[in-house]
Design a protein around this ligand. Structure first.
Ligand SMILES: Cc1cc2nc3c(=O)[nH]c(=O)nc-3n(C[C@H](O)[C@H](O)[C@H](O)COP(=O)(O)O)c2cc1C
Ligand code: SF4
Ligand code: SF4
Length: 258
């Protein structure tokens, strides 16, 4: 078993590390500089952990899966999605990228984690108490996943027709959302040019130009920069400054980078 994950703000990394610890397997971020083709090729089963964005996976992971489709041929899959509330068929959206009959889903699950969207009033900040509760619940859920896999129990959350139906209306506007949000990063005059966002952006979408950060139309909307800029100088879609930032489950005072 190999565990691979993408995490914008730390939730999925937390879940991936819990799972890999239970399974006793290697755990890598897809952002790492590794020969993923060889690693996947050598594994019997691959677990993918990722955040749900409108019932779908982040574009960075979609591109990763398509680039490694050949290596994934014949693999057993475990799919673990993190969400703040509702995912529809988020786990199934990964399997949908692969050709039917070329993979076997051992287990798929959606796990509730804190909200990381910090610029929309519909999605309020998750309280510290709730973050703690969600962390504990994730630990219990991952233990259950591992026990079920060991016992040969197959569970495929998000694969039934009802989840499919619920996910489809969100997925319908995905291409539009991808197009709009690719270019939706704004940097205001408070940017000090510290370079933190440039270093941490998983898409290399940011660079320093004339002492300030600049965006280049390749955002995967992971919300990492907007949650970690010390000056709160980054906005996504809405130009207003954010009132709060989510710093992840690992260390509430630490860096939000995954
Ligand atoms: C652009 C975007 C879209 C999201 N869409 C959903 C969604 O449809 N349903 C949901 O429950 N959570 C949604 N979320 C919340 C994240 O899935 C959730 O907070 C996740 O655990 C973040 O994981 P990460 O910290 O590993 O990036 C969304 C977050 C972002 C940034
Ligand atoms: S993290 Fe904020 S202050 Fe630092 S370079 Fe990026 S936008 Fe500017
Ligand atoms: S610009 Fe910000 S939100 Fe977009 S991919 Fe980079 S770090 Fe993530």
């Amino acid at each position: 078993m190999l565990t691979l994950y993408f995490s914008g703000t730390g939730n999925s990394r937390y879940v991936a590390e819990l799972f890999a610890e239970e399974m006793g397997c290697e755990c890598l971020s897809i952002e790492e500089d590794a020969d993923f083709g060889a690693l996947i090729g050598a594994a019997d089963a691959v677990a993918f952990v990722y955040p749900i964005y409108a019932s779908r996976m982040p574009r960075i992971l979609r591109e990763f899966i398509l680039a490694h489709k050949a290596a994934l041929h014949g693999k057993k899959l475990v799919i673990l999605c993190t969400q703040m509330g509702f995912s529809g068929d988020g786990a199934r959206s990964l399997a949908d990228l692969l050709d039917k009959g070329t993979y076997k889903v051992l287990y798929a699950e959606h796990l509730m984690m804190p909200n990381n969207i910090n610029n929309c009033f519909i999605f309020p900040k998750t309280s510290d108490r709730r973050i703690l509760r969600l962390k504990k619940a994730a630990q219990r859920r991952i233990r259950r996943v591992w026990e079920n896999i060991k016992a040969g129990v197959v569970k495929k959350r998000g694969f039934n027709p009802f989840s499919r139906f619920l996910g489809l209306w969100q997925a319908a506007y995905l291409p539009l959302m991808d197009r709009v949000l690719k270019n939706a990063v704004h940097i205001d005059d408070d940017c000090t040019g510290c370079g933190l966002c440039v270093k941490n952006c998983p898409m290399r979408n940011l660079s320093l130009e004339n002492g300030k950060a600049a965006a280049h139309g390749n955002c995967t909307k992971c919300y990492r920069c907007i949650n970690s800029c010390p000056e709160r100088a980054i906005a996504i879609y809405f130009r207003k400054k954010v009132h709060w930032q989510y710093h992840g489950v690992q260390d509430k005072r630490g860096n939000a980078s995954a």
